[in-house]
Design a protein around this ligand. Structure first.
Ligand SMILES: [Zn+2]
Length: 204
């Protein structure tokens, strides 16, 4: 039996800072603000239940977890696709995006005062410039970014050692509560089966 309602995350040590509520994401627009959704982390109850299990571990490590995306209103997804119509940047339709089902989160760890730990890339670091380059057929920087955004990216560069270690620790932490990462975005974690009929797409 599924629960249709979403619940919001407000508990410490979670920091809510949704990238699409800010203008410095790849669309260059605060899409979530534009549609009146704002900066709120709503998720499926089962996903929240699992995330809350991280609290003792986060406290023990003296870290906070920043939520950079959670539930994405289908309207926002449509608007994002309109701003960047290039295929491959966003799921083909809202149905295909686990964010629109409330069953995915984009997360990173921060220090207690909210400074982000080092990672191989920024979360969803496809900035507006990169998005424009791709749409005009310049793929070089995009491909470089894509490679580093992969969860299995490795490098001999000692400057990246800590970033890679932080990324791997994040993954272990999220897998310990039964969430699944995806190969191409080290920051994205899904509730298993979260696009199935048991987790309907919820319009807000
Ligand atoms: Zn995501």
């Amino acid at each position: 039996m599924y629960k249709e309602k979403l619940v919001s995350i407000n508990e410490d040590p979670f920091i809510i800072d949704l990238m699409y509520a800010r203008p410095d994401n790849m669309t260059g627009r605060p899409v979530y603000q534009e549609i009146g959704f704002g900066n709120q982390a709503w998720v499926h109850p089962e996903l929240k239940e699992r995330l809350l299990k991280l609290i003792p571990l986060l406290q023990q490590k003296g870290l906070k977890m920043k939520i950079c995306d959670a539930y994405r209103p289908p309207l926002a997804h449509t608007l994002m696709k309109e701003i960047i119509p290039f295929p491959g940047f966003f799921a083909a339709n809202a149905e295909r995006s686990q964010h629109c089902h409330g069953t995915a989160v984009d997360v990173i760890l921060t220090t207690p005062d909210g400074r982000e730990l080092a990672y191989p890339t920024k979360v969803d670091g496809y900035d507006p410039l990169l998005a424009k380059e791709v749409q005009s057929g310049q793929m070089e920087n995009f491909m470089k970014h894509l490679k580093k955004a992969a969860r299995d990216y490795t490098s001999d560069d000692p400057a990246l050692a800590a970033a890679i270690q932080n990324r791997d620790e994040l993954r272990l932490m999220m897998e310990s509560i039964g969430l699944e990462g995806i190969p191409l975005e080290w920051w994205h974690f899904d509730l298993p089966g979260g696009r199935s009929e048991a987790y309907p797409m919820i319009d807000f």
